[in-house]
Every structure is written in C-alpha cells, then in structure tokens.
Unconditional design. Structure first.
Length: 404
C-alpha cells in the first residue's frame, strides 16, 4: 500500500466519522497529521526483504464454539464442527453432538480399531469427514457410516473446493499385502463406494508402476496448497517439480550456515506475477514461502534461474527486520491469492497476517491467554482454537486491523 493511499483512507474514515460535527480547519489538520504520524503513513522496506507495517492489536472476537474440554484439533464445516480432545472425537452436526473414543472398522476382512483422542489432521470434503490418526489409521465418515484403512496420514490439504484430498501418507501395516510402495509420499486419497483409491500419483508415484516411490529418499513433511509443486523433505530439502508430467524433482538443500534459520518447517507457493514455465535447465516460479525456526523466508524470482538456487536468494521476515513479533512459527497456511496466515505461542499467543508478495507482516494478539492449539482456513475465514474455545476471524477484519 502506498503512503498516499493509506493516508487518504484515514481521511475518508475521519471525514465519515465527524461529518455531522462542527470542526474548525486547524483541529482537522492537526488530527490528520497525528493519524498519519502514528501509523507512519504506510510501510518501509528493511534490509533483508521483510517490511515494517501496522503491528496489529488484540483480536476481539466472540467464540464460534465452546467445548467442555481443551481442544487439541478441530475442523469446521458451515455450522458443523469436529473436535478432538484428550478423551476422543466430538462431532456436532445439525446441532446434535456425538462422541467417539474409538472407531472400529473392517479392512480386507480384518477387524481394526482407531483411537480418536490423538489426530494428525482432519479435513471436510463433499464426500465426508477425513481423519488421520496418530496410531496409523485413515477414518472417513461418509453418509453416516465410518470407513477406514491402515494408512498413516501426516497431513491433508484440499487446494480447491472441487479437488480431492492431497495427503502425505504411508502404508501402516506391513503384514497386510497391498500394491502400495513403502515410504512417505504425497498423492490424492479418495473414498469411493466404500473403497480407498490412490489417484493423481504425480509426483511421487509412477502411475504405471505403483511399486516405485519417487519420494522415498526425501521423507516428505509438507507440500504447498495451491499447486502442490513445492514440497519439503525431512532432511531439509526443498523439492520443486518443473511440470505435471515429470516425476523427477529439482532438489535444493541449503547451507543453513549461510542463513538466519536452521530448518524449513512448512512451504506454500504463490503465483505472484507469473506462472510456471519450463525452458531447458531453467524454471519460472515466483513466490515460494517457507516457515522456519526463525520466522519466514521466501524466494521472489520473476525470471528464469539456473537449477541451483543460491542461498542468498532467500529474503527473510524475522522479528529483527520486520513487524513480526515472534520467530517461533507453529503453523502457517495459505489464506488467499497473496496472503499467508500463521500462528505462534511464544512469547504469547499471536496470529500473523502476511503479504506474500512483498513480505509485509502484521502480528495480532489472540483473544485469550491459552496457547493456540490448531487453526483452520475456510473460504478466506480463519478459525483457531484456544483452550476450550474456537474463534472465527474474517479476512476483512484482518485487513482492517492490519491496514493492508
């Protein structure tokens, strides 16, 4: 946001507020000067690529839902909600509440049981509620019935409302013969008429040979929401796939001694100003963001580059060079076409709103004192859990509070 537009916006707000009051010219000019001085009339670029902006205030929101125990994980679907606490899973549908400590299912004639008090991830689709448990089960509630498979799901994302679930997963039971290869990989998982299918095997599996796992050497930990084109390997590797037909990734392992952080935690990809184009030995991608153990870092490249990314290509957004008030990012997520959202709990629970184009950041205090245990983005709206409460935060509220 340019300085003139920000100050103009402040003038409009003040003019609307006082339009029915008598105010002499000197007082009005003084008030405008004070407002622009207080907000510094915009932003100022800093040394490493981060930008300073409005540091934000405390989020003041009514609770979307209040539970009777501390919420560890949750997911929202309209007015319905699924919650995991230390005793199990609670599903609220059409105002009716049902609790589950375990869910039993049959797979290939075997009786299996999944504990519901600890969950890696949950996601809603038009096909039902998908739940990945930490004891190695994928559970789906569909049309009032529960289905399951011994698949260990680490994380799930849904790039669009019409997309199937993208998941990082691995086969959990070695004693059950299946066609799936070993190792942690990413692909689509879908329940169709009571059976689980692995679809869209790009980029980790070969569609013609499911026994081959192209990601086995990189033990994936995260992937970008929008295009799934960027992924993070367990050993700190960033993997970029040049196009949808390739099963061979471009791998980049940074020398962390040259960077102000020690590891990649999560990754998101943004179009910014260009699309992915492939030419011999070069890639056109724009904004690739990672959360780290010290804030954020991103690559902002608008021209073709050699396959080898120099470590100094990273721009950093840390408490030292921006308005980011915590470097201890717990989780981040894709919020919109050019916005990131994240949270941290040190030194206090905070929500971080980030412009993914230029690194402008705004940190806001969460409503309560309890740690934020989980959050979920749905159609640009943010839900996050603190203690026994789930709060809803509109994207428009974030824009108003942060000023960008």
């Amino acid at each position: 946001m340019e300085t003139t537009s920000f100050c103009t916006m402040q003038m409009i707000v003040i003019n609307q507020t006082f339009k029915n009051q008598v105010m002499d010219l000197n007082k009005f000019i003084f008030l405008i000067s004070f407002v622009c001085f207080f907000y510094s009339c915009g932003k100022e670029d800093t040394e490493d690529g981060g930008n300073s902006g409005n540091g934000g205030t405390t989020i003041e929101n009514e609770s979307f839902y209040t539970h009777n125990r501390t919420i560890n994980n949750f997911i929202v679907d309209g007015d319905d909600v699924a919650i995991v606490d230390n005793e199990g899973l609670t599903i609220v549908e059409n105002g009716e509440l049902t609790k589950y400590e375990t869910i039993n299912y049959t797979f290939l004639g075997l009786q299996m049981s999944a504990k519901m008090n600890s969950v890696h991830d949950m996601i809603y689709t038009g096909h039902g509620l998908y739940i990945g448990t930490t004891d190695g089960h994928l559970i789906v509630k569909q049309d009032g019935e529960f289905y399951g498979a011994p698949i260990h799901v680490y994380t799930m994302k849904r790039p669009g409302q019409n997309n199937d679930i993208q998941a990082i997963w691995e086969w959990y039971r070695s004693d059950i013969s299946t066609e799936f290869p070993g190792g942690r990989l990413r692909s689509e998982i879908e329940l169709d008429e009571g059976e689980f299918f692995i679809r869209d095997e790009w980029p980790c599996l070969n569609a013609l040979d499911l026994s081959t796992n192209h990601c086995a050497d990189d033990e994936l930990t995260d992937f970008s929401s929008l295009e799934r084109i960027a992924m993070i390997g367990k050993q700190g590797t960033l993997l970029h796939y040049p196009d949808y037909s390739s099963n061979t990734p471009f791998k980049y392992t940074p020398n962390f001694n040259n960077l102000p952080f020690n590891k990649f935690k999560q990754v998101e990809y943004f179009y910014g100003a260009s699309v992915v184009v492939v030419v011999p030995d070069k890639y056109y991608f724009n904004h690739t963001w990672v959360s780290t153990d010290n804030g954020f870092a991103y690559i902002k490249i608008e021209q073709g580059i050699d396959v080898v990314i120099p470590d100094n290509a990273w721009l950093t957004v840390t408490p030292a060079n921006s308005e980011l008030r915590s470097g201890s990012i717990e989780e981040m997520a894709y919020l919109s076409g050019d916005r990131l959202i994240a949270y941290s709990n040190s030194p206090s629970p905070m929500i971080h709103y980030v412009d993914a184009v230029d690194g402008l950041v705004c940190s806001l205090n969460a409503p309560g004192n309890e740690n934020i245990n989980d959050f979920y983005v749905d159609f640009y709206d943010l839900y996050f859990a603190q203690g026994t409460s789930i709060y809803e935060l509109k994207n428009s509220t974030l824009q108003a509070d942060c000023g960008f």
